[in-house]
Design a protein around this ligand. Sequence first.
Ligand SMILES: CC/C=C\C=C\CC(=O)SCCNC(=O)CCNC(=O)[C@H](O)C(C)(C)COP(=O)(O)OP(=O)(O)OC[C@H]1O[C@@H](n2cnc3c(N)ncnc32)[C@H](O)[C@@H]1OP(=O)(O)O
Length: 309
Amino acid sequence: MAALLRSMFMKNRSLWQPSFCAVRAMSTSGGPTPPFSTLSVSHPASAVTHVELHRPEKRNAMNRAFWSEMVDCFSQIALDSECRVVVVSGAGKIFTAGIDLMDMAGDVLQPQGDDVARMSWNMRRVIAKYQETFSVIEKCPKPVVVAVHGACVGGGVDLITACDIRLCTQDAWFQVKEVDIGLAADVGTLQRLPKVIGSRSLVNELALTARKMYSDEAKSCGLVSRVFSDKEAMMAGALELAGEIAARSPVAVQGTKINLLYSRDHSVPEALDYMATWNMSMLQTQDVVKSAQAAMEKKSPKEVPFSKL
Ligand SMILES: CC/C=C\C=C\CC(=O)SCCNC(=O)CCNC(=O)[C@H](O)C(C)(C)COP(=O)(O)OP(=O)(O)OC[C@H]1O[C@@H](n2cnc3c(N)ncnc32)[C@H](O)[C@@H]1OP(=O)(O)O
C-alpha cells in the first residue's frame, strides 16, 4: 500500500509542484517577491529561506494582503524539501508597526451579517483567519529564527512569539500595544508570551499597560536569546545560526521542533509518550547512522550529506 501511494504521489507531483516553484524561484531583488506584495522571499544560503516583511514605507504595517500572504508563504515553505530553516526580518527602519490601522476598519470594525448572531459568527471567522497568519509559523516543521530591529509593535509581538528563536538589535523595542487601541490581543500574544517569558507578572504588566520593553530587558526576561549591536551584525548572526541548524539532520531538527512544541502544551508523561511514538519510526532514519559515524570520525555535521525531507 505504501509503495502504491508513493508511486501515485510521484506521478501526481507535477500537479502541485507549481506552489513549490513559486517559493523556489523567488527573487532576491529589492522589492516584494511576486506573487506577494508584502513579503520578499529569498534563499541567502543552502537550505535557508529568508522571509522579509516588505512594506518599509508603511513601517511593515500588516495590511489585508499580509495576513493572507504569510499563510501562503509558510504553507509553501512547510512543503519545500529544499528548505531546512527560515529567517524572518523586516525591511526598512523598523521590524513592524503591527496591524495596519487604516486597513483594520474593513475586516475588523465592520462585521458583516444581518443580526448580532451572524455578525458575531463572521467576526469569529475573521479572528480565526488572522490567528492562522502566525499559527502557520508554529505549524511549519522547519525552525523559524526571527530578527527584530527597531520597533516591534502589536501584531509584531504576536508574530515573534510564534517563532522558535528570537534575536534583536540593541535599538529594538517591543510593545504589546493592543490595549492602547481598545482591544485584548487576540492573535497569539496572550497565549504564547506567557510560555516564552518565565514571569507571568511581567507578561501581565506588559499586556495591561502597553509599556515599551527595550532590548536589554527583552534579553534578561528571555524574550530574545541574543542582542546585536546593529541590524547588519544581527542578520549575519541570524544567517550563521540558520546555517548551523541547516547543516544538521532535517529528521532530527524537525522532530526536535515538533516535540518541543508538543511538550510545551502537554504534561511530561504525555510528551514522553508522544516522543516514544515519534522516535519509534524516526530513529530508524539513515541520518542516525550517518551522524554517529561522523561523530566517531570527529567530523562536523556540515560534512554529512543528509537526504532532503
Ligand atoms: C484581529 C486583530 C488582529 C491583530 C491586531 C493587532 C493589534 C496591533 O497591531 S496594535 C498596534 C497598532 N500599531 C500602532 O499603534 C503603531 C502605529 N505606528 C507608530 O506608532 C509609528 O509609526 C512607529 C511604529 C513608532 C514608527 O514611527 P516612525 O518611524 O516615525 O514612522 P511614522 O512616520 O509614524 O510612519 C511612517 C508611515 O507608516 C505609516 N504607519 C505606521 N504605522 C502604521 C500602522 N500601524 N498602520 C498603518 N500605517 C502605519 C504612517 O502612517 C506613515 O505613513 P505616511 O503615508 O508616510 O504618512
